[in-house]
Design a binder for this molecule. Structure first.
Ligand code: NI
Length: 192
């Protein structure tokens, strides 16, 4: 397994639509394993392939909370086949938007259909944090970030701040300065 670099917004590669996998072969399984390791190292509770610069419809999740313990979940070609009329609001974060969080409204319950790590088709009924996380990760496959669900005012503020942080890091690197301690600070609640 290998830890991959996670792209951060704003980055045009995060806005692209990912392609379905033809089957869950050895390459896709390798990608799933690398993504899980990358997600754990971040740490995060979900990760989508476009975040590691691979435009395939693959996501991984592992939610370990008091009320939701999923263990590792590997999903290829995931799609929402059922969604509740009832909505839920969660404060979301994302490994591609480090240190930024915002309330996002989504259907409270969804059923996701996907191919698992063995290529077997599954339907999984999700609610609570798992429902939010699955929808957040599938959004990534369509080039949608959680900030695309909030006001443009707040979205632009977050993206400007992220751009500023990146430019400062690039300038420091160019001047040969060591990166600031805490610049890679952990983000405990990030969905991915
Ligand atoms: Ni994310």
């Amino acid at each position: 397994m290998a830890i991959k670099m996670i792209l951060t917004a704003p980055d045009p590669r995060l806005k692209k639509k990912a392609q379905p996998v033809a089957s869950v072969d050895a390459d896709v399984r390798q990608l799933m394993d690398d993504m899980l390791e990358t997600m754990y190292a971040a740490p995060g509770i979900g990760l989508a392939a476009p975040q590691v610069d691979v435009l395939k419809r693959v996501i991984v999740l592992d939610i370990d909370r008091e009320d939701t313990k999923t263990g590792p979940l590997f999903m290829a070609n995931p799609e929402i086949v059922e969604a509740s009329d009832e909505d839920a609001t969660y404060e979301e974060g994302c490994l591609s938007l480090p240190e930024h969080y915002s309330d996002v409204v989504r259907p409270a319950k969804v059923t996701v259909r996907y191919l698992d790590r063995d290529g077997v088709q599954k339907d999984l009924a999700c609610e609570g944090l798992l429902a939010t996380c699955v929808q957040h990760e599938i959004d990534h496959l369509d080039g949608i970030l959680f900030v695309d669900h909030i006001s443009s005012l707040k979205r632009n503020m977050i993206l400007r701040k992220l751009l500023k942080v990146r430019k400062e890091a690039e300038r420091d690197a160019a001047e040969g300065k060591a990166s600031k301690p805490g610049a890679m600070g952990k983000e405990s609640a990030s969905a991915g």
